[in-house]
Design a protein around this ligand. Structure first.
Ligand code: ATP
Length: 298
């Protein structure tokens, strides 16, 4: 059983209309790992996270979480009744049926990308779990740009996160809130403040805190260091390390490759939608191709 990766992305392709953003990538995250997803702008990192969390459906390939399918079918077999796949063990989600599709979502306005091209629904209708089902299985997504609710207070934003906790209990939520406040004392101080008035760094803390309130097994972090001052970047990375030490598995998308590789166990480098390199963080940090392209080694 230890050989089953917590997250298994197999040969996944994702397209926005005619634009293929991810071209058959495969990656694995084992329970307890921090795995970094590196690559230049437009490499497909965000698309990969959005596909894992159920915001986008793959055109082909499949995604497995703890041995159960999240997206795609067993080996992309066609038809609505693809039947149980090789890994279709006892399902942790008995309500799942063939009728569920991931709902494609337009990117938010102002993201600078064309919204006319919508992602195409997956051809495999076997298991394209929608976002809330993926979340209920224990995957929390901290999207790029944070997406906190600006008019709501810090405390309310955190409470919303706990609604995604499938094992929610008053006591569990209370303990998790305490934990989040210990990780981010600033959030405790600002509890009643409207989230939109927080600084960028504080909003990033809130976004991570809100994801933790769901008590995930796997957290997907999209560019947590983006736009933060160096000191705050260090804080955020230290917290990610702590979260992982607490038993949460981490898939981390980062442009800051140096910082990411310092806390990651392993990493994948994406280039124009494909995995071009993978290895331990130490090997990647030493690799001349990574050093030249992403670590700014001179
Ligand atoms: P960044 O670090 O800049 O966020 P990324 O590696 O996360 O880059 P993605 O955001 O996944 O890259 O984008 C991958 C490709 O898909 C890019 O070429 C991008 O222009 C394209 N793309 C992303 N979203 C859409 C969309 N809604 N419609 C059309 N194309 C899109």
């Amino acid at each position: 059983l230890h050989d089953v990766p917590l997250l298994d992305v197999r040969d996944v392709e994702v397209a926005y209309g005619a634009v293929t953003a991810v071209r058959g990538i495969s990656l694995r995250v084992r329970s307890g790992e921090v795995v970094a997803l590196l690559g230049a702008n437009g490499a497909g990192k965000t698309t990969t996270l959005r596909m894992i969390s159920g915001l986008l459906a793959p055109v082909r390939g499949s995604v497995w979480f703890d041995g159960a399918p999240l997206a795609g079918g067993p080996n992309s077999s066609p038809g609505p009744n693809a039947g149980p796949g090789p890994n279709a063990g006892p399902s942790r989600d008995p309500g799942r049926g063939p009728g569920l599709h991931r709902r494609p979502r337009p990117r938010p306005r102002g993201s600078g990308r064309p919204s006319s091209a919508e992602p195409v629904p997956g051809r495999d209708s076997g298991a394209n779990l929608p976002v809330h089902r993926v979340a209920a299985l224990g995957i929390s997504h901290v999207p790029e740009g944070r997406r906190i609710f600006p008019a709501m207070s810090v405390a309310e934003n955190l409470t919303l996160g706990s609604f995604l906790d499938a094992r929610r209990s008053r006591e569990g939520t209370r303990r998790e809130l305490e934990r989040v406040h210990t990780l981010f004392p600033r959030l405790a101080e600002r509890s009643r403040q409207p989230a939109g008035t927080l600084s960028g760094g504080e909003q990033q803390m809130l976004a991570i805190g809100r994801a933790l309130m769901a008590r995930p097994r796997l957290i997907l972090l999209d560019e947590p260091s983006l736009g933060l001052a160096p000191k705050l970047v260090a804080t955020i990375f230290a917290v990610i390390r702590e979260i992982n030490a607490d038993g949460v598995t981490v898939l981390l998308v980062e442009q800051n490759a140096a910082a990411a590789l310092r806390i990651a166990h392993r990493g994948y480098v994406l280039d124009t939608g494909s995995v071009v390199l993978e290895g331990t963080a130490a090997d990647l940090a030493r690799d001349p191709r990574v050093r030249d392209a992403y670590l700014g080694a001179s």
